[in-house]
Design a protein. Sequence first.
Length: 206
Amino acid sequence: MAAERRRQGVTREETARRARISLNYLTYLEEQPADPTLATLIGLAGALGTTVAALRGGGIDLPPGQGHALLHPQLQDLGPNECRTLLSTHGVGRVAVSASDGRPAVVPVNYEVIDDAIVFRTASGSVPAAAADKEVAFEVDHVDDALSQGWSVLAVGLASTVTDPDAVRRLAQDAHTRPWAGGERETWVSIRPTSLTGRRITSADQ
């Protein structure tokens, strides 16, 4: 609610007046975890020109980036240290490879960063496994539809299959999560970035 109100440049006082709720209650809704009534949500949706479903996060299953663009966006290049910081959290990233048939492919993988290397496990013979012994691109990003801002980091480097038993054992021990795809995915692939770049979109008004 607060993000939509700020995006439209409407004051909290004006929003409360339009929605016919008290200013103190709107302040509470914007600043504290709350469960407003349907009537309140309908009033706020009408005041902000949006829908109840949108205020409730109804677009959660839609691809990110469908929100409104910022009125005054600002695109910033990220330095190597900030790129490493953003990349260092484990999660889901995308590896761009040439598949066995020679066609390009971009595949999401659960990854970790261990000893400055991007590592993920996959199934032998799978598309991500084709990254081994090739220069590949790996991308991770975050998009905040509510605030219409986000960042992306792109790493480029040589990928290799981890074959040393001790190294494989250590990777398995340090992994925070197992691959969401499930199944037998015990082939570890490591990417040592030789290039690390990133960008962030924020509001120039901040």
